[in-house]
Structure formats: C-alpha cells, structure tokens
Write a new protein. Sequence first.
Length: 491
Amino acid sequence: KVGFKDLGAGGVACASVELADTAGYGAEIWLDNVHLSMHGLHPSVVLCSETQERFMWVCHPDITDLIIDHYNSTFDMPGVSELARASAIGKIRNDNQYIVHVNGAEIVNAPAPMVTRGFIYDRPVQSPNSVYTEPELPEPEDYNALLLDLLAHENISSRLGVYETYDKQVQGRTIIEPGKADAGVLAPFNDEKYPEEIRHVGIAHATDHNPLYGKIDPYWCGVNAVAEAMRNVAATGATPHAITDCLCFGNPENPEQMWEFAEATRGVADACKGIHLKNNKNYPVPIIAGNVSFYNESKMGAIPPSPIVSCLGRMADVNKAITSGFKEAHSTIILIGERNNELGGSTYYSLFGELGKNIPKPDLAGVEAEIWALTDLIDSGLLRAAHDISDGGIAIALAEMSFENEIGFEIKIEQDMRTDQWLFSQTGGFILEVDNINLPAIISIMSDYGIPVTELGKTTTHQVMVFGSVIHMSLARAKDCWTNGLRDKLK
C-alpha cells in the first residue's frame, strides 16, 4: 500500500504533511535531498515552491529503491531533463510531528494536524438583494427558426473547432473521443504489460458548469454542476467514482461575493453527499482534489459564481461504453425522468436577453437512481445510445443525437406544459435509443429504481427531425448551424 500525491499549492510541504496526516502519522523531511534546478534557494522556497509536474510517494522501505529506479533508470529522468530525478527526501513518523531539516538544522517542528488544519477565516457574508422573476415571453411562432438559433449558439454548437487542435489519441488509449459522447472515455491499462484483470477497465471524464445558474442561485449552481458532470460520465456507462472542483469567484472580502462562494461550495458538498458510490452505497462520491481562484473581477464587476466540477467515472469493461449518436433507424426513443418548467439560466432565455428564475433543482436521490439504473442498462448491453439533457433541453439533446450518423427521428410532444417549456427546459434527464426488443427489460429495470420512462418516438430512415407538429427540418440544415456556430464566432 502506498500514498501518492501531486505537488501543487504549498509544494513539498503541503504534499508531505497531507499524505502523513491523512493516515494519522507525522513526517520528517530532509530538504538537502530535494533536487533543485538552481543553487542558493532559501529553505522556505525549497519547501513551499509550487513548481509543477512533480509527484510524491509514501511507500514501504522495501520498495523505495524500486520506485526510484523506475523514474531514474527505466524512464531515465536525469537523461530527459537536466537535474530532474527521483529521490528519497524523508520518512514517516509515528508521533504525529511534522519536522523539517536543512543543513543539519531543524527549521520546522509542529504537530501535523496543526499544520493541515490551516487558518480558518470568518469573513462576513451577506445575501444580495437581487430579485429574479420569470419573463413573460409569448409562445414562439416559428420553432424551426428558433431551433436553428439555439443550435448555432456558442454555448450549444459543436466544439470540434477546439477538439481538432490537439491530439486526442495520445498513447492509443482513447476509446471515445471528445464530442462523440457526453464524456471522453479512456482505457488506461490496455497493454499486455498490465495484469489481465485490469486491461479492460475504462475511465470516463467530464467537466461541467453553467455560470448563468450562478447568477440566479449559487447553491443550486453548485448542485447542478455536480449532477451534470456525473450524468455525463454515466451516459457512457461509467459510474461516478470521484470529483474535483475548480471554484472561481470574485472578491471574498466583499460580503456578497463571499456569500456566493459559501453557497456554491455548500451546493457542491450537498450534491456529493446526496449521490453515493454505486459499489459502496454507504459512502458519498468523494471530492478528491480542487482549487480555488478568487478576485476574478474587472471594472465591469465580478464574474458570476462559478463552481466548475470534473467527474471521473469508472467502468469494468470499456468495450461496453456507448456514444450519444443514434445508431439505427426504427429504434425506439425514450425519455428518462420528469420534465419541469426550469428555463431559468437557459440558453433559450438568453436568446431573448432574459435570465429567468426557475433553474433546475435536481432531487439528488432521483439523480442517483437514474445514474445507477442507466449504468445497469449499459452494462447489460440494452442500449444503443444515451445522451443527457442539459443546455437547450430535449430539443437540443435529440438534435445532437441525430447528427453523428445522420439518422432522423420523429417524436411526439407532451402537452402538460407550454411547448417551448417542454422542448427547451434544462431539467436533467436522459434520452435513450433502444432496440424495440429490449424495451420491456429496460422499463422493468427503470421501474425497480422508481424511475419514470416515457416513449417519445422512433428514429427514421429519413434525414429529417420532426417534433410533433411544430418542427420539421432537414438534418443537413440543422447540422450546418450546429457545426459552424462556434467556429464562425472564433474567426
């Protein structure tokens, strides 16, 4: 058993004391053994420098030489980069003390828990007096034009212009490239040098956030960021395994902006507490890392509260991972989850310069059940495609599913709310493509989890998308808007 951590904030000091204290121990560090790229550095710099691309191991003495040899000989770090190497720089102590030596002198001696506890700020918080309301928009007359505007919007259109600028197949471990599904999927151990039992293990990764939600309610913005990131990895077949967050906010010395930070982080924490590990249902999905960026502001004011969340999912067999594009004509299209009038912070409202009030407020027990049920279905091979519902609502989710293989569809529109609300509300959920023969099994599994299933319609042999009587459009026209929307704005 080993400990392993990257060196970020606080450098050697932070990594070493956190690794030790997390396990209930102390540590002793010898700064003279820390390899440096320049001479004459003050001990505080050596101890706390945040030079990137460094890692720290805590291991049994029996394998210390093995790990050092792995870096210095097998991968020849000294030969790759001058003065780079792996070195033993300390040891674990049983007395919970954190001690640092340099040139024979002891420069730090403190209880490890006191070091990791850090300073607790008690900054004043003040809820802003902002009052948000739902806009009174007339129902659209031309849904075809509206859908094209949404598909071309920079928050919805294809990110291919970004993806194509970097290598997506490094080391040949990419199973699903960015843009092909709601999350990228890798097979990190697909090589004969790894044990057979882990070669097919897959990981999925997605990052999510909607700053417009943060403007309305930072708490629910945090909740939605977690739920959306987890839904995205689940749509490939992976179960959420851990998250990390990137918390970007304004000035914490401003009571209102400090309140935004407190509320958003509370939302992230509550969401993780409310969604548990599928293979260990007594434990919530852990937040294993993160960073905070304050003072993001300009003369125009502070940025919206921005809790950005990345989720890592795991699947036992990466070969079972699925993408979001429709695969065949005559498949059944089903909707997972209920629809609510939750257009606050939506791309639809932004077309009219409106923000709204009713942002999605996901029921965390329901999100957990949907994720567990969906991953059961994918693991059982019962689905052809899956896509989560987020920006742009059901309408955009279905359109995006049709573009990959240019397969059309025809669906009915539920009439328990206004048509634009049903089409574009950003209430979370999933759209699934299924073989008709598998539909009874899917409904049965979803029923076991208490999840409503709605049959929306079918994929077709015609390259046309049909939403009831309100939208009838060629895939070619819609795909062109979606493909070039962001690319045109970046020119």
